[in-house]
Design a protein around this ligand. Sequence first.
Ligand code: FES
Length: 322
Amino acid sequence: MFQIKLKDFKSFSCDSNQTIIEAALKSGIFLDHSCLTGRCSSCKFKVISGESFTEFEESPLSSFEKSEGFILTCIRKPLSDLELDAEDLGEYGFSQSVTIPAKINAIQQLTPEIIQVNLRVPPNQKVNFLEGQYLNVIWNGIKRSYSIANPSSSFEIELIIKNYQGGAMSTYWFGQAKTNDLMRLEIPKGTFFLRNHPGKENLVFLATGTGIAPIKSILESTTNQVKLGQFKRIFVLWGMKFEKEIFWEPSSSEVEFIPVLSRESQSKRYVQNVISNLELDMTNTVIYACGSEDMIQDARNKSIQLGLNSNHFYSDAFVASN
Ligand code: FES
């Protein structure tokens, strides 16, 4: 058994058969993570000392990052005691993930390719999550991840689901799913949530497609209103193809809502290209991005070029499944 030490002086045990994130979660320590499959880089941390190994390619890491000692802790296992430049997020009130039954309460078509599914859980089952987190749906042996679209005070769980033509779970959602169908949920998952940013003036949310779901959840949360109220300006930039697909908008007039439509005109527009038009002081800005890996990567690079501190870019990349 090895000891993993963090920069906040917390530590946990991990053996060489466990990934670092797995062992941390078992010890009640929440390190940044999302996909848990080595594809999104949310769990990227720098190793200060010690050795680790992985059987997989850490493709989201650049060769520079690898040479600087960064690893993906969701696919790395220790070979010695380790010291990581990482800290426990537990103080924000994360709950351990639980597996619970749920039934479909309602299905609503939002666009020809997107539905909203409302799920209900047993009345005695308290569901705790932080707005922005995701869950896994397990149905008929298939497991898929979806961001939760409602605030944690709701009695139902709301998912916004896109049709991936030919995908195993899409075939169910868009062809067979009906009210009262039973499934299991693993909830909550991931560490995408609104943090405290004292002194920062601008908050920018970026989304593509159904990546709007966790942003909707964050903005509709009553418990987030104090954090949101500390910003002078809040933006939501939402990338969709056509105006008729915009099925939601923030209810607060304080939020500057900018749909970014890629197919409404000859010149294609993308959210990551609109950031510079906002003309913000990037040293006073934090960005939360959710959606495609390409958008997130590009938005991160462009924002850093504009002066954003890379520690103030938070993301939840949707990685494709079939
Ligand atoms: S790469 Fe580790 S959580 Fe996504």
